[in-house]
Design a protein around this ligand. Sequence first.
Ligand code: SAJ
Length: 428
Amino acid sequence: MVGLGYIGLPTAAVIARSGASVLGVDIDRDVVETVNSGKVHIEEIDLDGLVSGVVARGLLRASTTIEPADVFVIAVPTPFGPEHEPDITYVLEAAAGIAAVLKAGDTVILESTSPIGTTERVAALLMERRPDLAIPGHCAGTADVAIAYCPERVLPGRILVELIDNDRVIGGITPRCARKALHFYRRFVRGACVTTTARAAEMTKLTENAFRDVNIAFANELSVVADTMGIDVWEVIRLANRHPRVNILSPGPGVGGHCIAVDPWFLVHGDPENTRLIRTAREVNDAKIAHTIARAEALAEAMPEAPIACLGLAFKANIDDFRESPALKVALHLARRFGPRVRVVEPYATSLPAAFADTGAELVDLDTALESCPAFVVLVDHDIFRSVPLEERADKRVHDARGIWPDQPHIAPSDLPLQAAVGGVHGR
Ligand code: SAJ
């Protein structure tokens, strides 16, 4: 397993549990040492127990160097550059490392979310580095190795369940490659394993996350319209969803995480002229962050001197992952502007992220915030925030970007100088 991150480590551990001997490879020495001591460097439900068990049984070990194996799985990051262009450097570096130890009979599988054509690039790289081997797509007759694309599709917070239960889409450079990869996934996947081409599998992964992004953008656009009209968007969505063929997702402070806010750009970059909807959805979701900041600022300005509670920093509910989090961006903006007035509540953090240093903002628990803050900005729908009963917050003034408190007394739009505030905020 090349890459021991949010996908690679759980996948390596699950494969090891199936009885295979697994080597996890990572460029980060700390990660390698942590795993070899039976510990984990990421939070995911049940992962620590699973990893300590398979390491103790000698089924999983980690190294900074790729060693010969029968199956290679690449699960490394694929970030994007300043123009949203996909960066597959880590994938190609992993493939180069594999090329050095590849032998006839091996299978190479790419799992990283990738722009269309990346698996073919991996095949081309292997052909260049290993002219002694017959590489699929580059040889007549039976190839010596199999190369396939099989995207991960697991939801953070449910990774160990979804790794087993979700269906898998397996795209081979040739049908024979897909069959060899399928044989591998059958070891530990209970869901259906469906085979196709590498390119179709690559596009399928991007399509899934673009679908979600577009649908969240629809909800976010509605929320802004409802806001300017003084209508409760949550009520409108609840009512509209009573229609048998309408199922609107939830608005929020923007879209975070390292998948849904990134992957649609891979589609846009591949065919900019024909992806107007997908691009616009990205822009709508990014703009929702600035809108949330404007609404929160308006609330803070309407209550000069009052302490403001910001509920949540994570990119979504009930996880400790703050990467690309709109909640964090909003809270940080407020901390920079209002300093010590800002009290952040984040049960999944033991201290505020470094970016908050020198802002004067502090991390407090929920009870302290309820006791000391008359203004609340709800940024994450953690269960613990949802559970606050009305009597504990009836006298608060709230901007609820997640709709977790539908019974909260309404603040008249005239009380909040929204238009002025929105006009005053640029970018994130
Ligand atoms: N969000 C909303 N409103 C909603 C749903 C989500 O604002 O109604 C926001 C969340 O708060 C969060 C962001 O969207 O900021 C993304 O959260 P998510 O739960 O939709 O997805 P991720 O990023 O945790 O995981 C997604 C999943 N993809 C799909 O559901 C199509 C997961 O299955 C993928 O494996 C993962 O991306 C990935 O790794 O690509």
